[in-house]
Design a protein around this ligand. Sequence first.
Ligand code: ADP
Ligand code: MG
Length: 377
Amino acid sequence: MPDRGSTFAQVTARFAARFGRPPQVLIRSPGRVNLIGDHTDYNDGYVLPLAIEREVLVAAALRGDRTVLLASGGFPDVSIDLDALDHGGPEWGEYATGVAWSLRLAGVDLVGWDGMVESDVPVGAGLSSSAALELAVARVFTELAAVPWEPEAMAVAARRAENDWVGMACGIMDQLVIAAAPAGAALLIDCRSLETTPVRLPVGVAVVVVDTGTRRSLVGSAYNERRAACERAARSIGVAALRDATVDDLATVGDATTRRRARHVVTENGRVLAMRDALGRADLGTAGRLMTESHASLRDDFEVSTPAVDAVVERISAFPGCFGARITGAGFGGCVVALVASRYVPEILAALAAAAGVREAFVTRPAAGVTAAPAGP
Ligand code: ADP
Ligand code: MG
């Protein structure tokens, strides 16, 4: 587990070294892992993610002008003119510029600031480093402008930045869980109403995240292709979104591939609600089976898994003490999530650390969503 105190101390020191004064605010914005419910969010369905103990930290202070200057280890600096928001510059700057653009649309008065970013959320691994960065930037803007934090509105604004400024047509899951997660619980999200319900994990069970280290380019186009298939299926069934479709409706979808895509979404929504119920009655056998079924559905019907990910899912599923495992996030590589009996965690992590096809494996408790604190003296 990262030592949060020293990490805050580090980002504070780096801010001071770079900008020649102490920061005013420290923001902690976690990544997330999705227990179950992938590719359901943009179909108005259900998801069950949790914020993880890996986070984007930002130390920031007002500048007194209309510029945002951002530094992040390993990335080129980003300079944003708040009076002329535009594309261009380093790619990661688009997330910050997009958030500024979106917050302005939401009526937030933008102020200029310097920011130092530090993160232990792996990039492009399906743990949503992008949404963690977006919500961190949103939180700096609101703190420095003394605007109260409204998790739902800020999640919607950050999603808008990613959809309409960055050009990634993601659903609301990542932004909402990072904006609103309660410490100690996963968050059931109804992606139509945006209603959220905390779901506690039973005692004695742990969430293990395994990064396969594989990253796939062209995720954006494959993702948009899956979205389009879901929309086609909903149209041919005659519903507003696949959230409203049943398994019986699938027969009306003529094209076989489109029907499989829709079958994943319809069955996955059912699994999310069944997972909430199973966790509620501490029925870990059922919870694990639902995760295994979710993986099979994402692999065979939605076709967003890869052989490297399948191999890690099989490997971790075979450990004694593992209830279930699945690919997590949008897919095409990235991470696996597993539910395991807590007492087996050290053994499983040790075995995975030595396993081929694993970049890293870690255990996480459900963390709180984005938080802000005044920077210490
Ligand atoms: P994921 O959200 O699954 O990690 P994405 O491709 O959606 O993957 O987002 C990754 C992008 O987010 C990076 O390419 C970079 O632009 C930005 N990003 C993430 N973390 C950081 C960071 N610590 N500093 C700067 N940019 C970051
Ligand atoms: Mg992302």
